[in-house]
Design a protein around this ligand. Structure first.
Ligand code: SF4
Ligand code: SF4
Length: 347
């Protein structure tokens, strides 16, 4: 694997060039929130952030997305689809959020049901990750197979070391980009920077305060769908606000509706939805298979640590800690995992 160096003094030049040549998505400050959005140049980008309030998942699964427009003329139905995705760079995403994109891939690019809107964005995107420089008290990526400097899923990973960024080239897409911008991605001896990165990764891995261990939890869930635990007081606190699912980088439930623009014309829109809403599973006949908070909470957490593993052999949580921070009633996935582990041990 090749590696390069970018001097910090050249990062603005890099961002400006990327914004000119690509749709550039990068972290920005929007009033009190940090989130990812399309930017027009370096002046918009926030490089010094810990973990964004909203993940970059919208780059691949936008919060609202027109899938097609329709027009019924009386004789025929005309369908117009948007053009495929433009060349895009997602810059500055943290390793946990990039790993989260990998959890989307088998869902939207499954063998049986490929999703052309998602695939087009994935194919036309380059992901430039940015290693973390701090571990928050809510982070637990290490327990989900990740890490603050993990290269998984990035095309390039930048790690800030002193007045430089150490650049790891991970994929052919990443290689093509560094070659195209070779005046910025300098070829230098990177042996010391590689050592510094390892040191940083080691230092950060010692800073996690949350102890989370998944051992035995899936096996418990495999055999115990009706655990009394799910009816406990902690779980009853949920107010079905759905915030946990909106901020979660791996949650991908969506709804589809028609936005009519005339008697016979309209747009079909896909938008984020949440399995924490009572209406999410409400069927037309009035039956709801997840009628209470107990079933909805159970589904969300079983999806993360059992169903996604069953279907795609990967955990459906990357340990970003956003749901822990944002839940208004302090429902905490790390506590749930540890509680379930205790139940498993005492079973
Ligand atoms: S479940 Fe919570 S901690 Fe896990 S990826 Fe989603 S928001 Fe992050
Ligand atoms: S954020 Fe908390 S209260 Fe809101 S739906 Fe999620 S678990 Fe329930």
């Amino acid at each position: 694997m090749e590696s390069r160096v970018v001097n910090k003094g050249q990062i603005s030049e890099l961002l400006d060039k990327l914004a000119k040549d690509y749709n550039l998505f990068a972290p920005v400050k929007d009033e009190t929130m940090t989130l990812f959005r399309r930017v027009s140049g370096a002046q918009d980008v926030l490089l010094d952030y810990n973990n964004s309030d909203i993940s970059p998942k919208g780059c691949f699964l936008p919060q609202n997305e027109k899938t097609f427009s329709y027009m019924y003329t009386g004789d025929s139905l005309e369908i117009n689809k948007p053009e495929g995705a433009q060349k895009t760079v997602l810059f500055g995403a943290r390793p946990c959020d990039i790993k989260a994109v990998l959890t989307f891939d088998p869902v939207f690019e499954g063998v049986k049901f490929g999703d052309e809107y998602y695939s087009s964005k994935r194919e036309n995107s380059i992901i430039i990750g940015l290693s973390c420089t701090k571990v928050l008290s809510t982070c637990f990526c290490y327990a989900m197979g990740g890490g603050p400097c993990d290269i998984t899923g990035s095309d390039l990973l930048l790690t800030e070391i002193g007045d430089k960024y150490y650049v790891e080239v991970i994929t052919e897409k990443g290689q093509a980009l560094v070659d195209a911008y070779s005046q910025i991605f300098a070829k230098q001896d990177t042996a010391q920077l590689a050592k510094d990165k390892d040191e940083l990764a080691k230092k950060l891995s010692g800073e996690f305060v949350r102890k989370v261990d998944l051992t035995g939890v899936k096996e418990l869930m495999d055999n115990n769908f009706e655990l009394p635990y799910w009816s406990g007081d902690d779980q009853k606190k949920c107010i079905s606000c759905g915030i946990c699912t909106y901020v979660c980088p791996t949650c991908h439930c969506f709804d589809i509706f028609d936005y009519t623009t005339g008697d016979f014309t309209g747009d079909r829109i896909r938008c984020w939805d949440s399995c924490m809403y009572p209406e999410y599973t409400l069927e037309a006949g009035g039956h709801n298979p997840r009628p209470t908070r107990k079933e909805r909470i159970r589904n969300r957490f079983m999806h993360k640590i059992k169903y996604h593993l069953d279907r795609y052999n990967m955990v459906g949580c990357v340990g970003c800690g956003r749901c822990v921070i944002k839940c208004p009633v302090n429902i905490d996935i790390t506590k749930i995992i540890n509680d379930l582990k205790e139940v498993a041990q005492n079973a």
